[in-house]
Design a protein around this ligand. Sequence first.
Ligand code: PHE
Length: 346
Amino acid sequence: MALKENIQTLLAQVGEMKATSAEELESLRIKYLSKKGEITALFNEFRTVPGDQKRELGQMLNQLRQQAESRINELKEQFEAKQAEADKLDLTRTPDPIALGTRHPLSMVREEIEDIFSRIGFTIAQGPEVEDDKHVYGMLNFAPEHPARDMQDTFFIEKEKGVQKPTDVLLRSHTSSVQTRVMTSQKPPIRVLCPGRVYRNEAISARAHCFFHQVEGLYIDKHVSFADLREALLYFSKEMFGSETKIRLRPSYFPFTEPSAEMDISCNICGGKGCSFCKGTGWVEILGCGMVDPNVLEACGIDSKEYSGYAFGMGVERITNLKYRVKDLRLFSENDVRFLRQFESC
Ligand code: PHE
């Protein structure tokens, strides 16, 4: 009778057999079915059972063994299925590409300009975008009635709400304001590059915007000459647009430089032969420059008899257009990813 109870206890145990790993399952198999296992032991015991009980207990024992085996096989199959699923994961496979953002083309070009000039000793100077009249115009030799101060050109910060009139506080219209700040706070020699955003009151179109970006440069020392300016600009043009690039300086006018010039480079799109970009001339204008007017040096507290200097200023959008042929200025500020993605590999 004891055998019968043992069989029933084991039957109940076998029905509830659980394993969380292949190792656990193997130890269950050993526990019940191996040579020294509990079920095998019952078979040994069965030999001593009186003949009249053999039939019933024999059937029960066989049933117990079968149930144990099939439960173990069932669990084994579950583990194998899990393993097969895990084997499908190829950990050496190249991962799906993660979409990375791109650097903005204007930032890339600005950094390239900074890099080129830093190699000949220029350091970066920055200043505020909200400025006063003195730093943007006054100290730069603009006459009080100069048209640049007109409200068509300059954004003034309203003092009285809703009243638009020239005030002392304005959005800088060029980064020359940073140069006046550097000249009044540092002693020569000065060699700075002033990158930054500037604002002008223009109607937004493909060719004009109410803000854009400039990089201006200033070098003040003893005996700085126009030849030094020309040499620095030729170096820059070749580094930026290729060693074949030629430059041409045309006389111009700016209140803060004397003499002043505008610089053209040989059109890098047609190589100077003439195309629609350069309107058939073979040249494109890229910057304004000149020798710092002695009035400006004096206004900033620098002795114009001892020191001279040159300055130049360029629009980053213009340089970017030349490099990447962007036809519409608005693309730079709309943040359309279809446009920005085109610069992924640059
Ligand atoms: N400040 C001028 C502009 O905004 C550019 C310039 C800078 C010209 C320095 C000459 C010298 O157009």
